[in-house]
Design a protein around this ligand. Sequence first.
Ligand SMILES: NC(=O)CC[C@H](N)C(=O)O
Length: 304
Amino acid sequence: MDYQQILDTINDEMSYRDVTGKVASYIPELAKVDRRKFGMHVYCGDQQHFSFGDSEENFSIQSISKVFTLAMAMRLMGEDLWDRLDVEPSGDPFNSLTQLEYESGIPRNPFINAGALVISDILVDQLEDPKKELLEFVRKITGDDNIHYNETVAASEKSTGYRNIALVNYIKALGNIKCDVEPIVDFYFYQCSLAMSCSQLSKAFMIFANKGRILETDEKILKPKTVKRINALMQTCGFYDEAGEFSFQVGMPGKSGVGGGIVAIHPDNYSVAVWSPILNENGNSELGMKALERFTTLTGVSVF
Ligand SMILES: NC(=O)CC[C@H](N)C(=O)O
């Protein structure tokens, strides 16, 4: 399969001019990002990766970080994690509060904000220095020590983060948060501020396409069963109220973030990341969704 030729076709066919959405603005720092940015990277291995455009430029990975923190929480708690969280698509926006009321503070899944905040509670409770450990985890699976938090983005989100702070307070009132609210949201805003490129993200996500092992070193990071769970959740819940649409159009497990990034994996095959900051009404990258739809159409391969 000539992935480079397929990427070149997508790059020729598509442009930020073809989409009408807006860059995220509820986090003031994200509103400053250039809407013309567009890059894509396919990773099959050290000697086999393909790209176009702004694929080496760092952006705010936002909710994509929820996959990394879920992996860390599963390493700590195994299947006991599911006493605190459900595994159902929410069909609601990522930052919704409503289901919590009638579902007794058990978030629908780990990828909506409510679920990620419960995971944050677990990591803050069980790890000595969760920010340091998350950074080490991401650097290790990427094989790249040049990955950092963007503290300006974290502070910017904190300054307007009322909804997430409300979510933690509400879940705590319903009995499913153990720690104090402040360190939980602080960790959450930091994880969302991780700055990575498409090239780094596709490399990091290769462990989910390779049964939990780092491809280059064969080091085991996650159990195959954990990876199966995480991929199932990416497939069913990775795109909030657009998870069905992504499965329908693209047909791979994946995860998006309001920074405009999307990563998807084809088990035993490749990992692909795309970035365009213009979002559709569900908070997913408009051009990113289209590019991935073209990618699985042109390769003729999806997981189904
Ligand atoms: N969908 C997202 O990427 C949301 C992440 C963002 N930090 C928030 O909590 O609102």
